[in-house]
Design a protein around this ligand. Structure first.
Ligand code: NAG
Ligand code: NAG
Ligand code: NAG
Length: 241
């Protein structure tokens, strides 16, 4: 059942199989790495530590190969959804996630290493979701990151109705933030990352309908929502030996 949940290994294998760019840009990245969810809190993620296929979970990584070194890792939240309609003209939900980041010596993942320092917020935040919003309905995403030794960093994404996506979900990205809003983990090779995800759907007119959710899926007879996916962006710097 769990095979549906892409592992870091599977995803990175696929990423490194991408065609090489024309020139030879300098890449700065460890041999391998992973993110584990170590804590969840809030109505948008009531399922920490379940064995359900469509649980709150890490999904996949993506990256540029042209030297811009923009990396994302995505985290799926099947319980993160909100609707307005006849009964409510505002609905919201949220989840607070704590991730553990680990640099690995190789694909096997048995040994840790610490040659690189992870830097967060390279390119803001992206979110993949499905939207069915009538005129006058607005969906607002707010992503608050809590660096260890810096003020909170907030990204916001607003989607205005009328807006109706395909079943596969739409990727929207927050505006790119200034470099000063990036931060590095205190230590090379490992650390924790904490952020809060908030979704609010509001209708200007009572009765206008709107839903933000994710793709409906079925795997081995189990039906569920795939999960809205948050893409957390990052890159690395080499640590002094
Ligand atoms: C659930 O959490 C406990 C305690 O942290 C851990 O020992 C166990 O392996 C976890 N189970 C799953 C399915 O992650
Ligand atoms: C969006 O598309 C779905 C499926 O085609 C349809 O049922 C729904 O009414 C549409 N919503 C809007 C706001 O147009
Ligand atoms: C970086 O973010 C901007 C939006 O702010 C977006 O247009 C661009 O596609 C993003 N880059 C990548 C590689 O996702």
């Amino acid at each position: 059942m769990k095979s549906l949940v892409l592992s870091a290994a599977a995803v990175l294998g696929a990423a490194s199989a991408l065609p090489a760019p024309q020139s030879d840009p300098i890449r700065i990245l460890p041999s391998w790495w992973k993110f584990d969810i170590i804590a969840l809190r809030g109505p948008g993620c009531p399922d920490f530590n379940t064995t359900a296929v469509y649980s709150t979970r890490p999904t996949y990584g993506s990256n540029t190969v042209d030297g811009s070194e923009i990396y994302y890792w995505h985290f799926a939240y099947p319980h993160m959804k909100a609707s307005v309609g006849r009964d409510a003209s505002e609905t919201s939900t949220w989840c607070e996630t704590t991730l553990k980041y680990s640099e690995l010596k190789d694909r096997e993942g048995k040994e840790l290493s610490g040659d690189y320092r992870l830097k967060l917020h390279k390119n803001g935040t992206e979110v993949l979701a499905t939207y069915d919003l009538e005129e006058g309905v607005t969906a607002k995403w707010k992503f608050t990151y809590y660096p260890e030794d810096m003020d909170e960093v907030v990204d916001e994404i607003t989607v205005n109705g009328p807006y109706n996506t395909s079943a596969y979900g739409e990727i929207v990205q927050s505006p790119v933030r200034k470099n000063s809003e990036r931060w590095a983990l205190p230590k090379c090779g490992a650390g924790t990352i904490k952020y809060k995800t908030q979704l609010k759907v509001t209708a200007k007119k009572q009765g206008a309908k709107g839903t933000v959710s994710s793709e409906a899926v079925e795997y081995k007879g189990e039906k569920g929502l795939y999960g809205v996916q948050q893409g957390v962006s990052y890159d690395w710097e080499k640590c002094a030996k």
